[in-house]
Structure formats: structure tokens, C-alpha cells
Design a protein around this ligand. Structure first.
Ligand SMILES: C[S@@+](CC[C@H](N)C(=O)[O-])C[C@H]1O[C@@H](n2cnc3c(N)ncnc32)[C@H](O)[C@@H]1O
Length: 483
């Protein structure tokens, strides 16, 4: 099974011109617990490319905060325009009548659409699954060899929800059972593919794509690789640290800066396994204290952690005064904080979020806690995007400090080089440059050298990807010239 899968995958990559066989650094083997695994065929150095991959197909993800975008070019539409041929999908003027859309439009119309002039959120969300029906025989065979958990509760929701939209798509049809299997394959394997929106970066959307080679990587909460995408949706996977010959190449399926309980619940629910990696086993998460909450004893300045991080019902205990807290109270507390913070992120301008972070959050959360980190990232990435707010010196100082705070957590977690670090290195340079400008200072040689180093590190991670900051090369030139 592994050999047949590997041959089909290699052929797919050769056809896509993403594989030549010369110095291929990966292999696929079977291992107990994991199933298929991607392993290193030789030592791979940090930042070295491991592989390139392209999606068999991609399309909208459910979680796009109800943004509506053209289903062909993925541009956000200022106003909703549905397909002229009445398949109910939103299309921009340039993509109406395109060949790319025609095929899926014909398939959808063959199911006899009810309410053909009415936009359907459910149909929009199911488009990615529907695209899986349109693969060539060869690609479809490859997709069907991928891992698939058909027993999870969430697998078929997208498919169930579109059945009412059509007269000729019945629950017991062959097409519906194929759609359900595609939905399960996507849920087990798909990657999130963020697309920054050209003119309005704050409106960037995210897609999901089925990357077959990428999906061979199993999960570890301390991954040893990271990936970026280019504007053709090609994934470049690189090593985040030295990977020794024979070692597994691990991705992370959940957010690296989430705490253990959130990661394990997410993995159990969406990927059908419970992680038991070194980080999950360590209550302090390698000394990062990313899950820690402040001790509820008002007399104490300690932090609380679960007594056994692998047991969801484990009581939590203060590291300093040993006070215990039942897991239900911890869950209620964290849910409340998470909801409040998410609401603020969605509704409030970023400068207000920064005030909240500085004045309030530190009174109830340790600065290492995942929610503090999330808010810091929001400020780092979003404050400059607010058209109605002029940033001042204090803001740039905050951003610089937050970048170092997040970098410290990443280093404590031994994540090595990774995507977020590439972004943070660049943000530090921008903040330091703006601060110097506002203060009318000329930076000394040592600082300039430091800036050049940070930019080079950022470049090694983000160059030629859709996430490469627009001014990265200009800044590199500026700091190089000056040295
Ligand atoms: C994207 S696939 C990874 C490749 C898969 N092993 C295969 O055979 O094709 C994801 C699935 O691999 C398994 N898996 C990945 N990481 C794992 C881990 N750390 N522990 C146990 N199972 C894991 C789970 O079944 C998960 O749903």
C-alpha cells in the first residue's frame, strides 16, 4: 500500500514539476501508532527545503467570518454577484464565464438547483468538497489512498447541509456517498492556506487545500518543519532545525502557541488521536508556561498548572502555595477569558485592544499565557492596519517588546526557525526604524548590523512566499548599504 501510494505521489509531483528525484531528502515509511510517516533520508539542515507540494484541489474554508469572495480568483467582492449561469456561486466580473468555473457550474446545475437566484452560505462552504468530485481518475485514485477517518461527528455536515438545495441530489445516491468520503479525507488531511487580500490585507481569507505529500507528515506539538506558500499555491516545506537521517519529519496540526488542553481537544476532535508528545507530557510545556493561569488565592503571586497535563479532568495546582482548583472551574475561567478576548478582537479597534492588554490583562493572566500571547500578536500585526489611527512612539515600543515576548516563548518551546519568527524579525526592524525616525535618532553601526541580521533571517524564512513583507528587500538594501 505504501509503495503504491508513494509511486502515485511521486508521479503526481513529477507531472507538477515539483520533483526530480535528485537529492530527494524524504521517504515514506509505515510505523506503528502513526501509519504512514515522512522521514528524513539524510541530515536536513535548518531552513533547508524538504519538499515542494501543490494541492490536488482547494477552495473555501468554513471559518472565513462570513466573507464572500469570488470562487475562482478568491478576491473579496464589494457586492455580491452570483454566477450568470445560475449555479448560485459568487463570481467577480472577470471570472464570470471562465473555463475554470464552467466545469463545476455544469456539475452543480446537473443536480437541479432549487431557488436558483438565492445565495447559499452552505453551498459556498461545500464547494471544496464538491471540487473533489471533479478530479481526474488518476488524481482521484491518489486522493482515495490518503488517510481518512470516517467515524468522526463533524465529517459530513457540509454535505448534509446542501442536500435541501437540490432536487436531484439524494441522500442515498452514489454521488453523495463520494462527497461524504471526500469531506472525511479533507477533514483528516487538509491544510489551511491563508491568502492575503491585495488591497485590503485585513480582509485576507483562508482556503483549505489537499496537499498529498504535506499530509504524509504526522503531528508533533514541537514540529521540526514549517511551510510557506507562493502565489501559485505551491507549498515550500523547510526544516525548522537540524533533522537527523531517519528521524520523522513532523508538522503541527494545531496552533503551536495554544496550550496543551486546547491542542489536545482540537486534535482529538478533528484528527482522531490524542497527542502524547514531550510537550504534552510536560506540565510547564518546556518552561513556556503557555497554559498557566494566575493563582486564584488573592494572597499568592504564583501560577496554576494541571497536575497531570494528559488528563483533561486533572485538578490544577498552584506552583507556589499548592492551592488546588477543580478542572471544571478552570474550564469555565478559561472559556470566559477566551470569549471575552475573541469578542474584543472581533469588535474593537486594535489600539483599544492594546490598552486593554496593558491595563487589564496583566491583572488576571500571566504574560506567558496563550491569550496574552494572542493579544500581543493581534497588536503586532493589526495596529498598523487601522486607517483611523496614527501610531506613536509608545506603540512602536510596545510592538517591539511584544515581538521579543513572543520570540522568547517560541524559543522556550524549542520550535526552531518558523513562519512566525520570520514575521516577528521583520516587525522588530520596522518598529526600531520607526522609533528612531520619530525620535530623530541615527542608529549606530551595531544596531544596523543587528537589523541586517534580523532581516536576513526573516528573508531565509519568508522570501518568495505570499507572506514576504512588501518592504523586506527594500529594508535589507537600506541596512546593507549603510554598513
Ligand atoms: C494527515 S494524516 C498523516 C499521515 C497518516 N499517518 C497516513 O498514514 O497517511 C493524519 C492522521 O495521522 C495520524 N497521526 C498523525 N499524527 C499522529 C500522532 N502524533 N499520534 C498518533 N496518530 C497520528 C492520525 O490518525 C491523523 O488523523
Amino acid at each position: 500500500m505504501c509503495d503504491e501510494f508513494k509511486s502515485a505521489l511521486v508521479k503526481y509531483l513529477i507531472d507538477a514539476k515539483l520533483y526530480t528525484g535528485d537529492d530527494c531528502v524524504w521517504d515514506i515509511v509505515e510505523k506503528e501508532i502513526y501509519g504512514r510517516c515522512l522521514i528524513a533520508k539524510r541530515d536536513i539542515q535548518a531552513n533547508e527545503v524538504i519538499f515542494y507540494d501543490k494541492p490536488l484541489f482547494c477552495g473555501p474554508r468554513v471559518n472565513n467570518y462570513n466573507k464572500i469572495f469570488c470562487v475562482v480568483c478568491y478576491k473579496i467582492l464589494p457586492k455580491l454577484t452570483l454566477c450568470n449561469a445560475k449555479c448560485k456561486f459568487p463570481l467577480c466580473d472577470d471570472c464570470q464565464d471562465t473555463e475554470k468555473h464552467r466545469v463545476e457550474c455544469e456539475l452543480i446545475r446537473s443536480w437541479k438547483i432549487r431557488n436558483e437566484n438565492k445565495y447559499s452560505k452552505h453551498l459556498f462552504r461545500a464547494l471544496t468538497v464538491i471540487r473533489g468530485l471533479l478530479l481526474s481518475n488518476e488524481d482521484s485514485k491518489l486522493m482515495n489512498m490518503m488517510a481518512c477517518h470516517e467515524n468522526s461527528d463533524i465529517q459530513n455536515i457540509e454535505v448534509e447541509k446542501i442536500l435541501d438545495e437540490f432536487e436531484a441530489l439524494t441522500a442515498d445516491s452514489e454521488e453523495v456517498s463520494r462527497l461524504k468520503r471526500i469531506s472525511s479525507i479533507l477533514n483528516t488531511n487538509a491544510f489551511e492556506l491563508g491568502l492575503p487580500h491585495d488591497s485590503q490585507p485585513e480582509h485576507g481569507i483562508s482556503l483549505r487545500g489537499l496537499f498529498v505529500l504535506g499530509a504524509c507528515m504526522n503531528h508533533n506539538c514541537i514540529p521540526n518543519m514549517y511551510y510557506t506558500y507562493n502565489d501559485k499555491k505551491i507549498m515550500t516545506a523547510k526544516a525548522s532545525k537540524l533533522i537527523r537521517k531517519g528521524e520523522q519529519i513532523f508538522n503541527t496540526y494545531s496552533k503551536a502557541l495554544w496550550g496543551t488542553q486546547q491542542r489536545r481537544v482540537h486534535l482529538g476532535y478533528s484528527k482522531n488521536f490524542l497527542c502524547k508528545c514531550d510537550r504534552c507530557l510536560d506540565r510547564t510545556e518546556m518552561g513556556s508556561y503557555i497554559s498557566a493561569i494566575k493563582c486564584i488565592n488573592p494572597e499568592c503571586i504564583g501560577v496554576m498548572l494541571p497536575i497531570n497535563s494528559l488528563v483533561i479532568t486533572s485538578p490544577w495546582k498552584c506552583e507556589k502555595c499548592n492551592m488546588k482548583l477543580n478542572h471544571i472551574r478552570v474550564s469555565k475561567l478559561t472559556d470566559l477569558v477566551a470569549r471575552q478576548i475573541l469578542k474584543r478582537i472581533e469588535t474593537e479597534p486594535t489600539y483599544v485592544i492594546n490598552q486593554y492588554l496593558k491595563e487589564k490583562v496583566s491583572t488576571f493572566l500571566p504574560s506567558t499565557n496563550q491569550f496574552s500571547i494572542e493579544l500581543k500578536l493581534q497588536v503586532i500585526l493589526k495596529l498598523k492596519q487601522d486607517p483611523n489611527y496614527v501610531m506613536n512612539m509608545e506603540d512602536y515600543k510596545d510592538i517591539e517588546k511584544y515581538c521579543y515576548d513572543v520570540l522568547e516563548i517560541i524559543d522556550r518551546l524549542s520550535l526552531g526557525e518558523n513562519f512566525l519568527k520570520g514575521i516577528l524579525y521583520h516587525e522588530i526592524v520596522v518598529a526600531k526604524t520607526k522609533l528612531a525616525e520619530l525620535q530623530g535618532l541615527t542608529l549606530d553601526d551595531e544596531t544596523r548590523n543587528y537589523m541586517a541580521e534580523l532581516l536576513e533571517k526573516s528573508f531565509n524564512i519568508l522570501a518568495n512566499s505570499i507572506s514576504e513583507p512588501k518592504d523586506l528587500r527594500q529594508l535589507m538594501l537600506f541596512y546593507k548599504k549603510a554598513n
